[in-house]
Design a protein. Structure first.
Length: 117
């Protein structure tokens, strides 16, 4: 989807993602970007950032695009989590070991392989 420059003011972009705070906790962010064409011909670009950690559970990066014509209409939605492929059996075997906080050498020992030096 490529918007023509004269139509950019009709689009609103909504992003949902998460950031890690300095204290280690994750923050679920709602970020909206839009452009307004003012009566004097000038253009105002603005964005809104909100912490929505307490409102909804993070389910992956998400981008939604709306177009305003005669009422706002969703024209594009991308959800990165829905695009994830299934893990291989080897990757699935690694996940529990990584969650335990094991080092590369310890994981290699559990799998019976030689760690990369």
């Amino acid at each position: 989807m490529v918007a023509e420059p004269e139509e950019l003011h009709l689009y609103r972009y909504v992003f949902q993602y998460r950031l890690q705070h300095a204290d280690g906790r994750y923050i679920h962010v709602h970020n909206e970007k839009e452009m307004l064409r003012l009566k004097n011909g000038l253009v105002l670009y603005y964005f809104l950032l909100r912490d929505i950690s307490g409102e909804t559970v993070f389910s992956g990066v998400k981008v939604t695009v709306y177009k305003d014509g005669m009422g706002e209409k969703k024209i594009l939605e991308y959800n990165a989590a829905s695009k994830l492929s299934r893990l291989t059996s080897h990757e699935a075997e690694l996940i529990p070991l990584m969650r335990q906080g094991l080092s590369v050498k310890e994981i290699a020992w559990h799998l019976g392989i030689s760690p990369i030096q």
